[in-house]
Design a protein around this ligand. Structure first.
Ligand code: KIV
Ligand code: NA
Length: 265
């Protein structure tokens, strides 16, 4: 297949073709995901939890993220590669964010993702003006887990939903080329998606988004214990990991996943 570019992502969004994203942390999985037709690979700071065995994303460092981006970039040929700016690597100032984003872009990322609304507008504009594509991340933002009081569904009441929508409009206005929405009522995420000119990628945010993302270890049935409701194990009935990933891509593209009755809030 041809390389997935920002131009291609915008085309998919304009044509109403859902975008399939999965997190990825190494070259071998990158190769399989690329072959399975996954549009976007996210080197998420979830690596703190699923790769490093930590209890949150907070301990992940910029250098660790850059290392995993280098690994993924070597295995990937055609998928769009997004790297998470880790906790503490962008909050201080736009200048700090630029320095951190440069490290991730030089490692092979094509876009950087950062968490938060309102205060991030200036940083998003700063990076975008300097040629760095930015993905914003709103709703449940795991780097703020302690401030939020746990991994809880966000935007549950009218006021919270209105603030979220305001922040979403602002990140798009500031130049973000993509937005991840995590753990929101499907109706709220759908309303935001309809209101924005940029693709919105959901995780636990319902089927109305412009695309979906899942953590690799969750969707391949590797994660032990109680999983959040929005996860589906695509290894169920799949003969191989590549087949499971292909199933995920085709279910996202056909809007068969997620099913709001099962996976939604
Ligand atoms: O780090 C991560 O895996 C993420 C996704 C859940 C969106 O940010
Ligand atoms: Na993340």
């Amino acid at each position: 297949r041809k390389a997935v570019t920002l131009h291609r992502i915008r085309e998919m969004h304009a044509q109403g073709e859902p975008i399939a994203m999965v997190t990825c942390y190494d070259a071998s999985f990158a190769k399989v995901m690329d072959a399975a037709g996954v549009d976007c690979l996210l080197v998420g700071d979830s690596l703190g939890m699923v790769v490093q065995g930590q209890t949150s994303t907070l301990p992940v460092t910029l250098e660790e993220t850059a290392y995993h981006i280098r690994c993924v970039a070597r295995g990937n040929k055609n998928a769009w590669l997004i790297g998470d700016l880790p906790f503490g690597s962008y909050q201080q100032s736009p200048a700090q964010a630029l320095e951190s984003a440069v490290a991730l872009m030089q490692a092979g990322a094509q876009m950087v993702k950062l968490e938060g609304g309102g205060w991030t507008n200036e940083t998003i504009r700063f990076l975008t003006q300097r040629g760095i594509p930015v993905c914003a991340h709103l709703g449940l933002t795991p780097q703020s887990v302690h401030a939020l009081g746990g991994y809880r569904v966000q935007g549950r009441n009218d006021e919270a939903a209105a603030t979220l929508k305001q922040h979403a409009c602002e990140v798009a206005e500031a130049g973000a080329a993509m937005l991840v929405l995590e753990l929101l009522p499907s109706s709220v995420a759908n309303d935001v998606t309809q209101s924005l000119p940029i693709p919105v990628i959901g995780i636990g945010a319902g089927k109305g988004c412009s695309g979906q993302v899942l953590v690799m270890h969750d969707m391949l049935g590797i994660t032990q214990g109680k999983l959040p409701r929005f996860v589906r194990n695509f290894m169920d009935g799949a003969p191989s990991i590549e087949a499971a990933l292909r199933q995920y891509v085709s279910d996202v593209k056909a809007r068969r996943f997620p099913d709001d009755a099962i996976h939604g809030y």
